[in-house]
Write a protein that binds this ligand. Structure first.
Ligand code: GLP
Length: 260
């Protein structure tokens, strides 16, 4: 794992935006995996700024989002579909036909899950997958103790995640209990994973992900088995890391070509 620690969430968003923009510029027909939640918002703002300044085009990108709530139609403001359109898709030159989210409103969810996996495959697989992390260590909506070999499927949210995500709903009772999410295997097949975390609330999950044992009790810990992961943290989310100074030392001593 490449671990990059910055003083503030703003500085870590800049690093994340640099990683994403670099691969967009370098690779034609890039397949980008995207995440929702509060954490990637600053990174999306920075990417939009780069686009508006004429320095970045998404024209040749295809995107696949990690997850979606079951039962919220795309026009529902609380859906991840709506989030992506208002926070990125509608503000850059992405072809709407090239953007994909799991269909949580499909009449046959199982068929929709299989179809989503097939679309990722047909696109040639994901080149760079952006990830956040839940306070309980989930990635996508893959909750603790779920299979580490899962593929895109319908999952049931834990009570903790329902509580954590209730801030985006008027009434906590309205948070859907069911979601469609890329599975852990789907995520692990991405060629490069970029995980972002900010704030002390994520510190325990970050510690378990990086320094704990690989275990379904912290799904993000499976990323220790991935050949190419970049983790971008702010100081608050990194404060429980035992080897924090070592990660900084490694970053300072990288050869030029080893830098993201
Ligand atoms: C949600 C999403 C995850 C996200 C996580 C963290 O449950 N399904 O993909 O990474 O929560 O969200 P936030 O960035 O708002 O803390």
């Amino acid at each position: 794992m490449e671990i990059l620690i910055r003083d503030t969430p703003e500085a870590s968003a800049q690093v994340a935006a640099d990683v994403v923009s670099k691969i967009i510029r370098e690779r034609a027909n890039l397949v980008l995996g995207l995440a929702t939640g509060g954490t990637p918002l600053r990174m999306y703002q920075e990417l939009i700024r780069m686009h508006q300044a004429g320095k970045l085009s998404f024209q040749n990108c295809t995107t696949f989002n990690l997850d979606e709530y079951v039962g919220l139609p795309p026009e529902d403001e609380r859906s991840y579909n709506h989030y992506m359109r208002s926070n990125l898709f509608d503000r850059v030159d992405l072809d709407p036909a090239q953007t994909h989210l799991p269909d949580g409103d499909a009449p046959d969810l199982r068929e929709a899950c299989r179809d989503y996996e097939q679309k990722i495959k047909d696109a040639g697989g994901i080149d760079l997958q952006v990830l956040g992390i839940g306070a309980n260590g989930h990635i996508g909506f893959n909750e603790p103790t779920g299979s580490l070999a899962s593929r895109t499927w319908v999952k049931i949210l834990s009570e903790q995640t329902i509580r954590d995500n209730a801030v985006h709903f008027d009434d906590p009772q309205e948070v859907p209990r069911h979601v469609v999410t890329m599975g852990i295997s789907t995520i692990m097949e991405a060629r490069h994973c970029l995980l972002l975390a900010n704030g002390a609330k994520k510190a325990d999950a970050v510690r378990r992900m990086i320094e704990g044992s690989v275990s379904a009790s912290c799904p993000a810990s499976i990323l220790q088995m991935h050949p190419r992961v970049t983790v971008v943290l702010d100081e608050e989310s990194a404060y429980l890391l035992v080897a924090k100074e070592h990660y900084k030392w490694i970053e300072r001593n990288k050869l030029d070509w080893q830098r993201h």
